[in-house]
Design a protein around this ligand. Structure first.
Ligand code: NAD
Length: 481
């Protein structure tokens, strides 16, 4: 693949960037260049914010359209994206190493499902209600769009995580400046082409790929009304500080270190649960924020649980992200692999026992691959149990009874995902309710458009998905009549 773009999609047109800086995305499986695109600069952000501002502030513009009319545009965008489904799969998988089978579902299929879901919510939106006032007269209570949204996404699920901002923002009547991560820019240009074909009104979607300094400039830009961020907790903290100072609404979807709690009655037959276990603990090469990377195992079945996860890791096919048989692709960047390898070294140094993996696959001499790795004999206070690794590395931690399992699950700075594995779903749900986390699944983990998603503690603020996700793009106004 050799994809080149020389212009940026801003204000409904393809315009020349302000500088000649470029981004060269690289194939994570082969380490070869995938092409070249312009890197946005602060002046491009100025242009994009001005375009988004104009589109939002127009007296009869996007913000004032009937929500149903906005829904029609959103559905056209879904159709234009579906036409490009293969392109999204190829570009995302090549750039970040996501296995193509995963990308087909989660990066091509899911974003359009999210768009259609929010288009439907737009149609049902009650954006104006009149109430009789207690003290005389009446009150018109309006739900107005918050304004221009700065949408910043990471590289691990670039399309879905961007769409989780675009879809509710469009449904609400907001306009957006999107800053994709430099590691995953090519799919963002495909999204821009789809927006153009779908005749999304000029200025509603503007896309400026760039690094973190330009991202920080966007966050603090005086023309922005709200920030929607997905990424690391460290970046989230600094964005929250800026938004706090500016009193600017912000949604933060950050890191995680979730618990997969195996109860003593769990059926651990891999033939039955292997697929769900993989989805909840290792999907996308471990580069997924909600994964249950701390496996909590009852002491009386500890060895068996270690064996099951070891067998799961050993059963996975490692290879080029574009190959249909690949279950574990490479990590997204060389830097990411170094980070994961340094955690594996730390895990060993702190007394963890590697039962499988722990190195690079011998048969692959190119690409940023790391073997799926399982650590046994890990204490929850170990670095690999406390910090987010963001690679295919699991720690199996023993517990004595349910109270101990819940205590360990909650002994974390994070609270994003999690699972409970049991043959008694009611018992599983009772345990799940005690875990301090934004989302948790019983015997599987599957984010759904209707289910609010987000974290507690250092995993973030606010929710995406569901009507709750739309509420974050609306603000309430009372008019005393
Ligand atoms: P990152 O925080 O380094 O970067 C994410 C995005 O933010 C990139 O576009 C980057 O350019 C930009 N950015 C970084 N610092 C910024 C700043 N100060 N101001 C403005 N923009 C800034 O994260 P990453 O390494 O790209 O992604 C991995 C992280 O994302 C992991 O911690 C993962 O858990 C998290 N994540 C969270 C969710 C969720 O929904 N909670 C989903 C996926 C990934």
């Amino acid at each position: 693949m050799n994809v080149r773009y020389d212009t940026l999609y801003i204000g409904g047109a393809w315009i020349a960037p302000h500088t000649d800086r470029t981004i060269t995305p690289v194939n994570a499986s082969t380490e070869e260049s995938l092409g070249q695109v312009p890197e946005g600069a602060e002046a491009d952000i100025d242009t994009a914010v001005a375009a988004a501002r104009r589109a939002f502030d127009e007296p009869a513009g996007w913000a004032h359209w009937e929500p149903g009319r906005r829904a029609e545009v959103m559905e056209r965008l879904a159709v234009a994206m579906e036409k490009r489904a293969d392109g999204f799969v190829e570009r995302v998988s090549s750039q970040n190493g996501m296995p193509a089978t995963v990308a087909r579902q989660l990066e091509a299929g899911f974003p359009t499902a999210i768009l259609r879901y929010y288009a439907q919510l737009a149609r049902e939106l009650q954006d104006c209600e009149t109430r009789p006032a207690l003290l005389g007269g009446s009150v018109e209570v309006r739900k107005n769009p918050v304004g221009v949204v700065a949408a910043i996404a990471p590289w691990n699920f670039p399309q879905t995580l961007t769409m989780l901002k675009i879809a509710p923002a469009m449904a609400a009547g907001c306009t957006l400046v999107i800053k994709p991560s430099p590691e995953t820019v090519l799919d963002a240009f495909l999204l821009a082409e789809a927006a153009e074909e779908a005749e999304v009104p000029a200025g509603v979607i503007n896309i400026v790929p760039a690094g973190r300094e330009v991202g920080a400039y966007l966050v603090a830009h005086p023309g922005v009304d709200k920030v929607a961020f997905t990424g690391s907790t460290a970046a989230g903290r600094s964005i929250a500080e800026v938004c706090g100072r500016l009193l600017r609404p912000v949604t933060l979807e950050l890191g995680g270190k979730s618990a997969a709690i195996v109860l003593d009655d769990a059926d651990l037959d891999l033939a039955k649960i292997g697929q769900d276990l993989f989805g909840a603990t290792l999907i996308n090469n471990g580069q997924t924020c909600f994964l249950g990377t701390r496996v909590l195992a009852p002491s009386n079945r500890y060895a068996e649980v270690v064996d099951v996860f070891t067998a799961l890791a050993q059963s996975l096919t490692i290879g080029d992200a574009l190959s249909e048989s690949t279950q574990i692709g490479p990590l997204a960047t060389a830097r990411q692999r170094e980070r994961v390898e340094s955690y594996i070294a730390k895990g060993r140094a702190e007394g963890g026992r590697v039962t499988t993996g722990g190195g690079r696959p011998a048969q692959l001499d190119r690409g940023w691959f790391v073997q799926p790795t399982v650590f046994a004999d890990v204490d929850n206070s170990a670095t690999i149990a406390q910090e987010e690794i963001f690679g295919p590395v699991l720690s199996v931690i023993p517990y004595t009874d349910i109270d101990d399992a819940v205590r360990i699950a909650n002994d974390s700075a994070y609270g994003l995902g999690g699972t409970v594995w049991t043959s008694d779903p009611d018992r599983g749900a009772a345990v799940a309710r005690r875990v301090q986390t934004g989302t948790i699944g019983i015997n599987h983990y599957l984010p759904d458009p209707v289910a609010p998603f987000g974290g507690v503690k250092a995993s973030g603020l606010g929710r995406e998905f569901g009507p709750e996700g739309l509420a974050g793009y609306l603000q309430t106004q009372s008019i005393y009549l």
